[in-house]
Ligand binder design. Structure first.
Ligand code: 4NP
Length: 170
């Protein structure tokens, strides 16, 4: 896949760093724990050696487990996310992780503000990695019904597969 011109960062670092991916949404209780889960499944399938985590830009839910509707949709697809606990993204995350992946445009704006100038991490929207969906946000399901979480799972699954392919491709 041709890299989107929206993807920022410096993929060439002096010392090759093991891939490490951080998914970021607002609360870290709905979309990013699901993206983390979908990416864990994909990485395991491909035998990728990669560190994986998720965080939120906001602090409202720090320390809490994922929303019960997010836990339910993950369970329907065979993944237990009940042990995740929400945390807030930090400036250090931009050097710890090679990829800092925003679930929506507002999160991307916050990440660009937070990112230290010299940080090497690639910062992008999750759907930037999906052919034909660059620039799209994963909709926030928090205030909607259970259907929204099925859409979230479908979106994060597409994004996770495309991102894993990009990492495998180098
Ligand atoms: P998330 O969903 O960003 O996908 O975890 C949200 C969860 C909580 C809030 C907003 C979005 N909130 O405003 O509390």
């Amino acid at each position: 896949m041709a890299p989107s011109n929206r993807i920022e960062g410096h993929p060439v670092s002096p010392q090759p760093q093991k891939p490490a991916v951080l998914f970021v949404c607002l609360g870290n209780i709905c979309r990013s724990p699901l993206a983390e889960a979908a990416f864990r499944v994909e990485a395991a399938r491909l035998g990728l050696d990669v560190e994986i985590d998720s965080a939120g830009t906001g602090s409202w839910h720090v320390g809490e487990p994922p929303d019960r509707r997010a836990q339910a949709v993950a369970r329907r697809y065979g993944v237990d996310i009940g042990r995740c606990r929400a945390r807030q993204v930090t400036r250090e995350d931009f050097s710890r992780f090679t990829h800092v992946v925003a679930l929506d445009e507002s999160v991307l704006v916050t990440l660009r503000r937070l990112r230290p100038r010299d940080a090497a991490a690639e910062v992008a929207l999750l759907l930037d990695y999906v052919d034909g969906r660059a620039g799209e946000s994963v909709a926030d399901p928090y205030y909607g019904g259970d259907d929204g979480f099925e859409t979230t799972w479908a979106d994060v699954t597409s994004g996770a597969a495309a991102l894993a392919r990009r990492i495998v491709g180098g």
